[in-house]
Design a protein around this ligand. Structure first.
Ligand SMILES: [Fe+2]
Length: 389
């Protein structure tokens, strides 16, 4: 029998190679005054920006361009919203990686709230956001965070007492996601690896989540198969448009899955570690993926209670092999697959970004299991970190 479940809205989606050229047409219903939020200089100095800028201008749009480098901080969001708060803007467009999309998403909301963004951050602020915003359109140029489909924007303040927290409301799901895998071909290998592992982690955690549904399970499995089929190829040959399309699609699915099913222990680690180090989010996910899943599987076996999660691990293993094997073997094969993937993709360790054992207590204090199918202990968490230091 199908259990009770709820599902959040998804953006209106335009997906396909070359479809970034349709942006002027897609924006027509909102009005002509745009605020475009991008990351560093890579997109505006790359080969797509010139044509896009000309197309928008010739189509009658006026726009202001804002650069936000790296993961957006509260000050980044507040500075932009203060500057544009009294200017008429019909739509905010985020073009770039997850950070640029999150920045655009937060700005589209704070232009209406007209308060410092920390007021509304989960675990930091004191108020719930109203959900009112200026229409927001997400155009990803990397495949990873799934921000083009999620209801939250991650805002970071890095350093001692740093944090990485979400601004969240169901209304913050982008009005439109325009996903063109061609835009991701400019993404360098190290970023493709990190973003791809973020997608993979989100899909696997969403699939195993204790908060999932038949619909999130189906979407997660579809995305996981695309990742298994194409992540290595997308990393090894950035111009492989078929592989890029698979990962762009998987990233979008991962956003829908995480918005509805939630995430697990690895993302619990990621928000804690991201608050104390400039380590890319996808590297934290990728580097902890094998160890965290091995501990979780071990815990499920020892406690002999959760047959559904063990069956899911077996299913994940069978997606990586055509061998006729037992459930137990399939579960082990999935962990082995994750370990090998770390090696073949060359995922760095936490220590490569300056994380040391001195930071463990601070990380562990802020790390929760979230919707992990096994309730691992603090000692388990410490052992997982130690493996990837
Ligand atoms: Fe993530």
């Amino acid at each position: 029998m199908v259990p009770d479940f709820s599902f959040k809205p998804t953006p209106q989606l335009f997906f396909g190679v070359g479809r970034h050229k349709e942006l002027p047409l897609v924006l027509k219903r909102f009005g002509s005054r745009l605020l475009i939020v991008v990351g560093g200089q890579s997109f505006t100095s790359g080969k797509y920006w010139g044509d896009l800028e000309r197309n928008l201008t010739e189509s009658g749009y006026s726009f202001n361009l804002v650069h936000i480098e790296g993961e957006p901080s509260p000050a980044d969001i507040d500075t932009v919203t203060e500057h544009y708060s009294d200017k008429p803007i019909d739509a905010v467009i985020g073009i770039g990686g997850g950070s640029a999309l999150d920045a655009g998403k937060a700005i589209s909301a704070m232009l209406v709230e007209q308060e410092p963004v920390t007021t509304f951050l989960e675990g930091v602020g004191s108020r719930q956001p109203s959900g009112e915003k200026i229409p927001f359109i997400a155009v990803p140029t990397t495949s990873g965070t799934g921000s083009e489909a999620t209801s939250n924007a991650v805002i970071s303040s890095v350093g001692h007492h740093g944090f990485k927290k979400s601004l969240r409301h169901d209304n913050y799901i982008p009005d439109i996601a325009l996903i063109d895998p061609e835009l991701t071909t400019a993404c360098p290998r190290n970023l493709t690896v990190a973003c791809g592992m973020d997608t993979f982690t989100q899909l696997v955690e969403g699939y195993l989540s204790t908060n999932g549904s038949p619909l999130t399970d189906a979407l997660a499995l579809e995305g996981i198969q695309r990742v298994i089929h194409s992540l290595q190829n997308a990393c090894d040959d950035g111009d492989n448009i078929s592989a890029r399309a698979d990962i762009s699609y998987a990233s979008y699915l991962s956003g829908i899955v995480l918005a509805n099913a939630g995430l697990g222990l690895i993302h619990g680690f990621a928000s804690a570690i991201g608050g104390i180090s400039e380590i890319p989010h996808g590297v934290v996910c990728g580097t902890l993926m094998a160890a965290a899943n091995r501990f979780t599987l071990q815990h499920l076996r020892e406690n002999d209670g959760d047959r559904i999660s063990l069956a899911k691990y077996a299913k994940l293993g069978r997606l990586t092999t055509e061998l006729d094997i037992s459930d137990h073997q399939a579960q082990d094969i999935f962990i082995e697959y994750l370990t090998n993937l770390s090696t073949t993709l060359g995922i760095p360790c936490l220590g490569d970004y300056g994380v040391t054992e001195n930071s463990f207590d601070e990380i562990l204090n802020q790390t929760g299991n979230k919707y992990n199918p096994a309730a691992l202990t603090k000692e388990d968490h410490r052992l997982i970190l130690q493996e990837r230091i």
